[in-house]
Design a protein around this ligand. Structure first.
Ligand code: GLC
Ligand code: GLC
Length: 808
């Protein structure tokens, strides 16, 4: 069952009923100021940091779901309603929500009145702009009242939800004409305030929540709206809000627009005040002046569309299947941008107050982002690398505002360092910018202890070699990619974290996954070493990788698949000898991606075992059999009920590793089948089962052991986005940048007979046409009319256009 449809030309998903199976959200903003917005206008906005600079309040895990947002209430002769349906939930004659790229337009109609609200964060602007257009669809004149509404958050989102003994006394605002200023805590250490204005004279306003709603009323029963009468309240302590009242008269067929701006303003410390007690409003007025007319909003929208057109033209594909095309050309890169911007901080499943930026997460996000805005990827890489320790290990997380490592979680996740190599290699392949390797980057953010970025990579690589266990495999530390495989923790108390308590700093628990990751990263690392002129280091790295491959085949092979790990006691994890958890997905995917066992046939056997034991119609589960009891020696993985999250859920992030592994073996149909099984556009038809947005990946889909098999959770902020981008565009469609040129090596399913890809890279454009007979091995490649050896097309001069024909 569907709840809307894709509009590919407009690059929008169009939701046609407000009763979606869960709030379906979108993101506003591109660089510094962001909003989360659901299909009914729920959500909140923040400046740079969802925890410390939150402008509007949102209550997670609420009943009913998703109340709190930017709401435009219409009072129409005693009747009142909201165009997004919620929170008033009065029946609408028509509802439509168009989630586009960095904007959302919500339209509701009732009794011949249409209200359309366009939400966007204009480029280079620290504000949400809401354009509300009311249209009289009837034959007689009418007048209505429009009430705006936002509830302010007192900036620190954690404190805001916990510290009421203070917060109920701190709220402060100023009202000046049609503009409301939220200035809680501005009198002391803050130099920022929020502004909420509209481009028209108001008939009334409110800034005190209780005056607006009435103490005992719900969101859908605000007394101001029900009575059609603002109270002109000025908040003092308690909970500050912003609401304007506008009187609107409309002739038959007439429409009128109002532009609301909800923004963030900072003043220099010495210019905070206009006069004692009165905030300096100059920058706010400048902000509002930029959005005084509907045309100015149109211009801002056009800029956003151009921004995205430019970005999406870096890679476009025509495969003959609209579902593939819309993932590749629109929604997958869009989600990659969102994960780059948010890391794992703010979504409807991440509260924006918990984790900051993850070291491994951010490095993997780069894989799907480097081609979009390479300059921002470069900056991110240098920030991440600065949280690495001198011994090559790394802070697991860091805060985006301070860029400092997070001491609560610390380090000791032994896969973390290697992801830096994968991220940096992706950036350099995309851009050719080897100069980044010579940048001076601190260790542990200490300006007195620095090394080149290449030195950081070297410490990453050697951190694995320096931390090996009894079998010569890498020690796992607190956990590797699977945060819940905690082989050194042994937690018996409910109040302690699984990853950071009781770490035995064991010298036994080893990870086959990290071994695969290491071998996979080694050729890139060696190439970069060579490019830096370190031929010996390159040679050593290749040898170390070859040895590690041998160790994996010797001690990490279980007969039909790769083992997952050795635990603290040296027992196998992910072996047929185990009682539960006999086979795991991660090492099968990553070891085959790394080429381990491809020649000897183990790779093929491992992937056949994945298909036989782990694959379902909804994706590949993480392991089997699921853990049915708590295994203290394995940790959090065995705490989830079977089929959810890391306990045999379909953890979508690692599915593309198997997809890519299938392409390593040249099995295009199988690769494509796996890719399709979690791709949201292919799950649209079963939205009532999947439940989350059909235009973005979820982190997890319940596995076959769960009663709710097929149900997705944790949409948007997941490494799934970047890795599926890599899987479909670089390995199935097969167009990927390498150091020496553009690799054109498709591994297509039989269902794609012809393929066109246009790739812009390093200033030139590559137009690739593929005909797929499924029979031609090796592929025949013709570049600008001339047949070439192999599948690597050398980089063209800037400004050039290269025509590439491929027959496979
Ligand atoms: C979450 C984490 C990621 C981890 C994965 C598996 O997605 O953000 O870092 O690899 O879970 O545990
Ligand atoms: C939990 C989750 C895992 C996530 C981790 C982050 O363990 O199950 O997915 O990566 O928390 O700390």
């Amino acid at each position: 069952m569907r709840f809307g449809h894709f509009d590919d030309d407009a690059r929008e998903y169009v939701i046609t009923t407000p009763r979606t199976p869960y709030p379906w959200i979108n993101y506003l903003g591109t660089e510094q100021f962001f909003g989360l917005i659901s299909h009914s206008g729920g959500g909140y906005c923040f400046y740079r940091d969802a925890r410390f600079r939150r402008l509007t309040r949102y209550r997670y895990n609420n009943v009913p779901t998703d109340v709190g947002g930017r709401y435009y209430f219409i009072h129409d002769g005693g009747d009142f309603w909201t165009p997004g349906w919620a929170p008033v939930k009065r029946d609408l004659d028509r509802f439509e929500c168009r989630h586009g790229l960095s904007y959302t337009q919500i339209t509701g109609e009732r009794n011949g009145l249409r209200a359309e609200v366009l939400h966007l964060v204009p480029l280079a602007t620290n504000a949400e702009v809401h354009r509300v257009t009311l249209k009289n669809l009837g034959k007689s004149p009418r007048s209505a009242k429009l009430f705006s509404f936002v509830e302010f958050c007192l900036w620190n989102a954690w404190d805001d939800q916990t510290n009421y003994q203070r917060n109920f006394s701190t709220g402060e605002v100023e009202v000046d004409g049609s503009t409301i200023y939220h200035k809680t805590e501005y009198r002391e250490r803050r130099d920022h305030y929020a502004v909420y204005g509209v481009n028209a004279p108001v008939a009334g306003f409110d800034t005190d929540r209780e005056s607006f709603f009435g103490l005992w009323n719900s969101w859908g029963e605000a007394q101001v709206v029900a009575e059609g009468r603002s109270r002109d309240s000025v908040a003092s302590g308690w909970a500050p809000i912003g609401s304007h009242q506008l009187a609107v008269s409309l002739a038959p067929g007439e429409e009128k627009s109002f532009v609301f701006v909800l923004g963030y303003v900072e003043n220099p410390a010495e210019e905070k005040w206009e006069r004692p007690g009165v905030i300096n409003k100059t920058p706010a007025r400048e902000l509002l002046a930029r959005f005084q007319s509907a045309d100015q909003v149109d211009a801002a929208m056009a800029e956003i569309r151009d921004y995205w057109s430019g970005m999406l033209s870096k890679y476009t594909a025509r495969t003959g299947d609209p579902r593939v095309d819309r993932m590749v050309n629109i929604w997958n890169p869009y989600q990659c941008m969102v994960t780059f911007n948010m890391s794992r901080s703010a979504s409807y499943f991440e509260t924006g107050i918990g984790r900051g930026m993850g070291f491994r997460d951010s490095n993997q996000d780069l894989l799907g982002f480097v081609h979009l805005v390479p300059e921002r990827a470069r900056e991110r890489i240098l920030d991440i690398a600065a949280t690495q320790f001198p011994d090559g290990s790394a802070y697991h997380q860091y805060q985006p505002l301070t860029k400092r490592g997070n001491n609560d979680v610390g380090s000791g996740f032994n896969d973390d360092p290697v992801w830096l190599i994968e991220g940096v290699a992706a950036y350099i392949k995309e851009t050719g910018d080897l100069s980044i390797l010579k940048e001076d980057v601190p260790f542990d953010n200490d300006p007195k202890n620095t090394g080149t970025l290449f030195e950081h990579l070297k410490r990453s690589f050697h951190h694995v070699l320096n931390n090996r266990g009894p079998h010569g495999l890498p020690l796992i530390g607190r956990a590797d990619w699977n945060d819940c495989l905690n082989l050194n923790c042994f937690s018996e108390q409910p109040d302690e974290p699984f990853q950071t308590t009781g770490n035995r700093v064991g010298k036994t628990a080893e990870s086959v996954f990290i071994a695969g990751l290491f071998v996979h990263s080694a050729p890139d690392y060696a190439d970069l070493a060579e490019a830096m002129g370190f031929a010996d280091e390159a040679k050593d790295a290749r040898e170390a990788a070859a040895q590690m491959s041998q160790v994996v085949l010797e001690h990490g092979w279980d007969g039909d698949w790769f083992l997952r790990a050795y635990d603290f006691f040296g027992q196998k994890v992910g072996s047929r000898e185990c009682e539960e958890g006999q086979i795991f997905i991660e090492p099968q995917g990553y070891c085959v991606m790394a080429g381990i066992g491809v020649e000897g046939g183990q790779a093929g056997r491992a992937l056949d075992s994945v298909k036989a034991r782990l694959a379902t119609a909804h994706g590949i589960v993480l392991h089997q059999p699921a853990y049915t009891r708590y295994h203290v020696e394995l940790g959090e993985i065995s705490t989830y009920p079977p089929g959810y999250k890391e306990n045999a859920g379909i953890f979508c992030h690692n599915n593309p590793w198997v997809t890519i592994a299938e392409t390593v073996l040249g099995r295009g149909d199988q690769a494509f089948d796996y890719w399709k099984s979690t791709a949201p556009a292919f799950r649209e038809e079963i939205s009532e089962v999947h439940r989350l947005e059909p235009y973005c990946y979820a982190q997890m889909i319940a596995g076959r052991d769960a009663p709710r098999h097929g149900e997705a959770k944790n949409a948007w902020l997941t490494g799934t986005a970047a890795w599926n981008w890599v899987a479909i565009t670089q390995h199935i469609l097969g167009v990927r940048p390498e150091l020496a040129g553009l690799r054109v090596s498709p591994c297509l399913p039989g269902s794609i007979g012809e393929l066109e890809v246009t790739r812009q890279c390093r200033g030139a454009e590559y137009r690739v046409k593929v005909t797929n007979s499924g029979k031609r091995k090796p592929a025949r490649v013709v570049v600008d009319g001339k047949p070439v050896e192999g599948t690597l097309v050398p980089w063209a001069a800037e400004g050039g256009t290269v025509k590439i024909e491929v027959a496979v």
